[in-house]
Design a protein around this ligand. Structure first.
Ligand SMILES: [Zn+2]
Length: 156
C-alpha cells in the first residue's frame, strides 16, 4: 500500500498537497515536500538570508519575506532568477532597500545575464546528453558520401 503524505510548503505549487511517500522529499523527521516545492521554499529562505547578509544587516523581516513571497508566488518570478538577481545586484551595490527587489528583477542587464547563464547551462546539459547531434551529422555525412560516388562514377 502506498502511503500518502502532505506537502508542507505553505504555497504548494501542485493541485493537491497530497502525494505518495516515495515521491516526497523528507526534511527532518516528518516534513514532506514535493521536490519543486522544497526547492522554491529553500531558495526563498536563501534569498532572505543573502539579503540580510549583504544589503541590510537588520531588515524588517516580515516586510522582506512578504516582498520575496509576493514576487515568487504572486508575480511568479522564478525564485532561482530572483536569487541570481540579488546575488548580482548586491555585489554591484545596486540594491539598498527591500523595495529594490522589485526593480532588480526588471533590470535588463540582469535579465540578459540570466539568459546567458541559462543558455550556457542548456548547452552544457546538451553536451552531456548521449551524442544525438553528432550521430545525426555522421548519418548525414555517410548519406552524402554514396551520392558523391555516384556523380563521380558518371564521369568515368
Ligand atoms: Zn507541494
Amino acid at each position: 500500500m502506498t502511503k500518502i503524505v502532505k506537502c508542507r510548503y505553505k504555497y504548494c505549487k501542485h493541485d493537491s498537497r497530497e502525494l505518495p511517500k516515495e515521491e516526497a522529499v523528507l526534511v527532518g523527521k516528518s516534513s514532506y515536500y514535493h521536490k519543486d516545492c522544497l526547492k522554491e521554499s529553500t531558495l526563498i529562505d536563501k534569498i532572505i538570508e543573502m539579503y540580510s547578509e549583504r544589503v541590510e544587516k537588520n531588515p524588517i523581516y516580515s516586510h522582506l519575506r512578504k516582498t520575496v513571497n509576493d514576487l515568487v508566488i504572486k508575480d511568479k518570478i522564478d525564485a532561482e532568477f530572483l536569487y541570481f538577481a540579488l546575488d548580482y545586484a548586491s555585489s554591484k551595490k545596486m540594491i539598498k532597500h527591500v523595495p529594490g527587489l522589485r526593480y532588480i528583477v526588471k533590470n535588463d542587464d540582469i535579465k540578459r545575464l540570466w539568459e546567458k547563464k541559462k543558455t550556457a547551462e542548456f548547452m552544457r546539459s546538451e553536451k552531456s546528453k548521449p551524442q544525438q547531434y553528432v550521430n545525426n551529422t555522421t548519418r548525414e555525412f555517410t548519406f552524402k558520401a554514396p551520392k558523391q560516388k555516384t556523380i563521380a562514377s558518371l564521369f568515368k
